[in-house]
Design a protein around this ligand. Sequence first.
Ligand code: PLP
Ligand code: COI
Length: 353
Amino acid sequence: MNIDIQAVPPAQRGHCPKELGFGGIFSDHMFSQSYDDGQWHSATIKAFHHLSLHPAAAVLHYSQEIFEGLKAYRRPDGGINLFRPRQNIQRFNRSATRMVMPPVDEQLHLEAIKELVKLDQQWVPKEPGASYYLRPAMIATTPKLGLGAASSYLHFIIGGPVGPYFTTGFDPVSVYVSDQNRRAVKGGVGEAKTGGNYAASLLVGEAVAAKGYNQVLWLDAIEGRYIEEVGAMNICFAFKDGRIKTPALSGSILAGVTRDSILQLAPTLGYEVEEAKLDIDEVLGQIASGEITEVFGCGTAAVISPVGKLCYKEREYVVNNNTAGPVAKQLYDTLTAIQYGRSEDPFGWIEVV
Ligand code: PLP
Ligand code: COI
């Protein structure tokens, strides 16, 4: 299927501001295609626009929705890299299957991303640490108040320039371990990238923000004991003997692309990586004893974010004197050098636009 490209005249296009923040600025164009009568049609890139939906559209009532997040990076030679876009597309289709939505054609989705980034290339920032964040999404559009899968869908991709996700930049963030509330349960939709998981996390997110913590660290919903992930990122623990551990994919955790990249990258830097069931009490004991020397989150938006403080049951545990440690720094530097094209990509992760 071809994409109909309706470019905005250059004179009417906006420009990339200096102050970026995260997720509030959008570029000139967007991609969309519709699904009706069992097929995708009308693949178009045109001017960024608001959507018009029937008030009974299924997404507005029953949250039949999925999304993705990936970034385009400006290389030193002025070109643009995408980081592991095929992994995101595959996860998008896995999420679609879980939410009873029609899969999209992988090749078309990738082509749409490339064409959108090419058209809006002046929005891909040149500043260090900044990038262009792409947000593919799919929503159920059938007007339908009876509960059941919709028959019509809208698949769209928007994007815009972003700076660091956390205002702290590479300074450590703090996390609060949720004692009572749970994010997702095995057998549920925790490993799908669907909006409801994020809506469900807001109550605790707001409560911990009021206590001065940046993110919630979620425990498993069955025993309330095993570490799962943080609100917007997966989590890793670095040990003083050179091991890096991250929770094993449990069925309720998002299989992060950054997490997978760290699992491949870290051994090449001399670390031993392990995916394991991590008991919160044991981990906090290892932080207190100094056996765990660093904690860091990882995700597309968050990149690698050191964690300087964890609070659990009103007790606070400080990691590495609440400063960014050398393991997180080395992984951040090595990963971002590949993403921005400052170093070779031995993994085949980069897709040039
Ligand atoms: N976990 C959650 C809940 C997320 O929202 C994200 C962000 O996408 C991640 C983990 C990290 O995934 P990725 O590295 O693919 O961005
Ligand atoms: C991402 O990192 O791409 C995400 O989707 C996380 C989101 C909360 C910004």
